[in-house]
Design a protein. Structure first.
Length: 278
């Protein structure tokens, strides 16, 4: 139950035959969107889907090769689609807050004030209670929650100048389900709700909405490779009300709604997309 990913999901880039089934959001066209952890998995799907809506998409990730590949792929699509702007990738270790701020500044310089922030990046590597050290604890907190605050801080003035904006912090159902085997991750993800609600109160007077998008167990390539087996499929069948594998596109469609003006009075809320497991 994670937003952590390691590779591009090929079927998740904009596919006209699929996207025709789903909503288009005119309010997203031309807006500058920042996506953290955008090079792979759920993040790559977010990049592709916001690009397909006509947004100007900047994304950052530590996975430089994957980020460059996705940027090139979508740049080629942009040449075939009038009125679209190719996404811009900045390689960055977002646990380094100075580097994060510089990366955000590069995207701002390229596309203008940032009106939408998707705090997607995370790392759900399994770990035992006994294995956690002060150093690994701090590292887990840094990648899973600390950067969300500082990314929001970095774009808040942009959104104030624009007269509003949308911040979507990515949570996880893992702590809600009392999932063990990764205590630093689940602790980090449980704190996202507190961050969302406090930022929503502070930024609401400026027309800035802040929500938590809470994915269930999303079948990125990482999840399929490392953890999807017969026992896991049985868990899904027992846990989810809808016994289908949750896909990155399912998460991206909720993110589009929360970023668009259609959700103008939605803030300080948790939006769970998990097939009914929680």
């Amino acid at each position: 139950m994670s937003s952590s990913v390691t590779s591009v999901t090929p079927g998740s880039t904009a596919n006209p035959s699929q996207s025709a089934r789903y909503a288009a959001y005119p309010s997203l066209a031309g807006r500058t969107v920042l996506i953290t952890g955008g090079a792979t998995g759920i993040g790559a799907t977010l990049v592709a889907q916001f690009f397909a809506q006509g947004a100007k998409v900047g994304f950052i990730d530590i996975a430089q090769a994957a980020g460059n590949t996705l940027q090139q792929q979508l740049a080629e699509e942009a040449t075939l689609r009038a009125g679209t702007v190719a996404p811009h990738f900045v390689a960055c270790d977002l646990t380094d807050i100075d580097a994060l701020r510089q990366a955000i500044g590069q995207i701002r310089s390229r596309f203008g004030a940032i009106g939408i922030l998707l705090n997607n990046a995370a790392n759900d590597t399994r770990h035992t209670l006994e294995s956690v050290t002060p150093q690994s604890w701090d590292a887990g907190i840094a990648v899973n929650i600390r950067h969300q605050f500082f990314a929001a801080q970095a774009v808040a003035e942009d959104m104030k100048q624009l007269g509003g904006g949308s911040i979507v912090n990515f949570g996880s159902t893992s702590w809600m389900l009392k999932q063990g085997g990764m205590p630093v991750y689940t602790t980090s993800k449980s704190s996202v709700q507190g961050l969302t609600r406090s930022l929503a109160r502070d930024l609401g007077p400026f027309g800035i909405r802040v929500n938590t998008l809470v994915p269930g167990w999303v079948m990125t390539e990482r999840q399929i490779t490392l953890w999807l087996n017969d026992a896991a499929r049985q868990d899904i069948a027992r846990g989810q009300c809808i016994n289908q594998l949750l896909q990155p596109d399912d998460i991206a469609r909720m993110a589009l709604f929360l970023a668009a003006d259609d959700s103008a009075m939605c803030t300080a809320q948790d939006f769970i997309v998990d097939g009914g497991w929680v």
